[in-house]
Design a protein around this ligand. Sequence first.
Ligand code: PDD
Length: 283
Amino acid sequence: LSRIAYVNGSYVYHLGAMVHVEDRGYQFSDAVYEVVAVLNGKILDLEPHLARLGRSLAGLQIGSPMSNKALSVVLNEVRRLNRLRNGILYFQVSRGVATREHGFPNTEVKPSVVVTAKRLNFDAIKKKQQLGINVITTAETRWARPDIKSVCLLANVLAKAKANKNGATDAWFVDNDGMVTEGTANNAWIIKDNMLITRELSNDILAGITRHTLLSVANDLGMKICERSFSVVEAKGADEAFITSTTNFVMPVVKIDEQKIGDGKVGQVCKKLIKFYWNYLEG
Ligand code: PDD
């Protein structure tokens, strides 16, 4: 089966899917993106992802390339053409193609829209959820608006590479006050005395859709929740820790900077959250 992508109005073979060399996404990271999960052939939480795309576009003053309804049609068509049952759809909107000039183009340019599909093995993710992952901590070096889901991800890429080089799966960014902001592509959480703690929303972190959904799942379970910053020191002394994202769902963190969290195994609260989050997704 050949993979199919969507590029500016056409469904094309993935191999030949291309944008122009003067696309502003390519030259300036002048673009935003979203990632949605597809489970059993169904796109999850599409509405909040589209709403966040709208906020990111507004944040960069890029005009909306098409209605949410039209974009939903395109996304579902890419899903269908790729016979994607389990995986993700990636979609990106750049300001468009223009002669390289830092300022916004003087003439009106059409935003570039790209959609790609990728298969994921959710059974492998479920297995990983039983073992948990290790993270390292690293200085927050991103630009000041990580709440905008822009493709300006160089700091994230370097942090992830540093983590991998140090035998860890991911890195948690730490701000100048020693507080954890978030992971390279996920939100960070800790659990202390059965209280779920995750950083409050601000310009400093992405408002994760998984974060939002899990908060409501935890709330329905009657769990104690506190949205506030936590330090690396506090995280290392937590009972449990985990990350959330579209591609990881709820993924336990069992070590931070080589230090075991709790007894270094996936804890009871994480197990419960994983179970109920899958119930929510599959239900
Ligand atoms: N990343 N924080 C950052 C910096 C992210 O890039 C992401 C998602 C999240 C979690 O958001 P959500 O729960 O809506 O996926 C938090 C996607 C998956 C990515 O870049 O591939």
